[in-house]
Design a protein around this ligand. Structure first.
Ligand code: ADP
Ligand code: MG
Length: 355
C-alpha cells in the first residue's frame, strides 16, 4: 500500500476523504439535517427549530504567535471565529465548550488572561461558557472551541441556495486582517533580528504601530457580525446563501458557487477595502485586492439576496453589494478596475497542508 502525502490533496481534499468515511454515521440520526460541508452542522430540535454547531482550532505557530498576540485578544478571537460560523447560518449562539492544551511551564495567570478574553467576548454575544477539557501539551498552546446556537428552521441560510440574479453582498471592510498580519510579522522579524545580535528587548526599535491600528485590530480582535444577524431578523431578511469570510473572498465565494451550482460576477471597484490595508499594501509593494481575495480571516459575512430585497439592505451603512450571481457556465469572474476579467478559481485561498 502506498501512502499519499496530505499536501497532494490539500485541506479540502482531505475533508472530502474524511466525509466519505463518516457518511454512514448519518443514518444514526434522522434529525441531523446537515453534516460536513457548511459553516455549521444542523440538528433538528423540534418541528420548527434547529441547533447549529461548529468547532475551530487555534494552534500556536499555525494560527497565532505569542510574540505578537496579546493573550486576552487570543481568548476573544477563539470565541469570535466560532460565533462567526454560527452567524453564517443566520443563527444566534447559545453556549460554548472550550478545550485548552498548555505546556506545563505556562503560568496560572497566563491561562486566566486567555479566559478573561473569552469570557468578556462571550458575554458580548450573550453566550455562556459551559465546559471543556484541559490537558498538558508537549509543545505550544492549543485552543479548541465549540459553539452551539439556535434558529427557527425556516430562517436558516446555507452555503447552497444562491440563484442567478441574486445580489452578492459583504459586510464591513475587507483585507484588514491580512494586512495587519503582514505588519505584525514584519515587526516580529525586526525584533528577533535585534535580539539575535544580543541586544536587549527595546520597544522603541518597533515602528509606531498607531498608523496600522485598524488593520492590526482586524487581525487580532475580529468581531463576529451578530449585529447583522439581529438586523436580518428584525427586518425579516433571509439571505438565499451565506458564509463567513475566513479563507479569503475568492475561496469562500467558491464554496457558495460550487454548492449552489452557480457562477458569479464581482466588480473590484465595489469591494469595500479597509483604507489602511491599501496603505500597507503600498508599503509592501503588494496589491490590497490580493489580501481580500486570498488573505482571509476578515470574519465578515458574504451573502446573497433576491434582487427584489435590495431596498431592505440599501440603507445599511455596513452592507455593500459587490456583484451578482450568474448561471454556472459563466464561471467565477472578477472585473478589475481596468475592466479586465479575472477567473477567481485561479486565486488561491488559505488551505492548510498546501505543498
Ligand atoms: P469554516 O472555515 O467555516 O470553519 P472549514 O473549511 O473549517 O469551515 O470546514 C468545512 C466543513 O468541513 C465544515 O462543515 C466542517 O464541519 C467540516 N470539517 C472540517 N474538518 C473536519 C474534520 N476533521 N472532520 C469532519 N469534518 C470536518
Ligand atoms: Mg465559516
Amino acid at each position: 500500500m502506498s501512502f499519499k502525502p496530505i499536501s497532494d490533496i490539500g485541506e479540502f481534499g482531505l475533508i472530502e476523504r474524511i466525509s466519505s468515511i463518516v457518511a454512514p454515521t448519518r443514518k444514526a440520526s434522522s434529525r441531523l439535517i446537515e453534516g460536513i460541508g457548511d459553516d455549521c452542522a444542523v440538528y433538528e430540535l423540534s418541528y420548527s427549530t434547529v441547533q447549529v454547531a461548529t468547532t475551530d482550532l487555534l494552534l500556536e505557530h499555525v494560527h497565532f504567535d505569542l510574540l505578537t498576540t496579546p493573550l486576552q485578544h487570543l481568548g476573544s478571537k477563539a470565541i469570535s471565529v466560532n460565533v462567526s460560523d454560527i452567524c453564517a447560518m443566520n443563527a444566534r449562539p447559545c453556549y460554548a465548550l472550550v478545550s485548552i492544551a498548555l505546556p506545563s511551564k505556562a503560568s496560572v495567570e497566563f491561562v486566566e488572561t486567555i479566559y478573561r478574553g473569552m469570557s468578556e467576548t462571550a458575554m458580548l454575544y450573550n453566550t455562556s461558557l459551559a465546559g471543556g477539557d484541559t490537558s498538558a501539551s508537549p509543545a505550544g498552546v492549543t485552543l479548541s472551541v465549540m459553539v452551539a446556537g439556535e434558529i427557527e428552521k425556516e430562517k436558516l441560510s446555507y452555503r447552497k441556495g444562491a440563484q442567478p440574479g441574486d445580489l452578492v453582498c459583504v459586510t464591513g471592510t475587507l483585507g484588514g486582517a491580512a494586512a495587519g498580519l503582514r505588519v505584525l510579522t514584519r515587526e516580529k522579524d525586526v525584533m528577533l533580528e535585534h535580539l539575535s545580535h544580543g541586544e536587549k528587548y527595546d520597544r522603541d526599535i518597533m515602528s509606531n504601530l498607531e498608523e496600522y491600528n485598524e488593520a492590526i485590530r482586524q487581525q487580532l480582535l475580529p468581531s463576529a457580525r451578530l449585529d447583522i444577524i439581529d438586523f436580518f431578523h428584525k427586518h425579516g431578511i433571509i439571505p438565499t446563501s451565506m458564509i463567513d469570510i475566513s479563507d479569503g473572498l475568492a475561496s469562500d465565494l467558491g464554496h457558495i458557487c460550487r454548492l449552489s451550482g452557480v457562477g458569479v460576477h464581482i466588480e473590484e471597484s465595489r469591494i469595500p477595502i479597509l483604507p489602511q490595508a491599501r496603505h500597507i499594501a503600498d508599503e509592501f509593494q503588494e496589491d490590497a485586492v490580493n489580501y481580500v481575495l486570498s488573505g482571509g480571516e476578515d470574519y465578515q459575512l458574504l451573502f446573497t439576496l433576491k434582487a427584489e430585497q435590495f431596498s431592505s439592505i440599501a440603507s445599511h451603512p455596513d452592507i455593500n453589494v459587490i456583484g451578482k450571481i450568474t448561471p454556472e457556465d459563466e464561471g467565477l469572474l472578477l472585473t478589475d478596475i481596468y475592466g479586465m476579467n479575472i477567473d477567481m478559481t485561479t486565486v488561491e485561498g488559505y488551505n492548510h497542508f498546501q505543498g
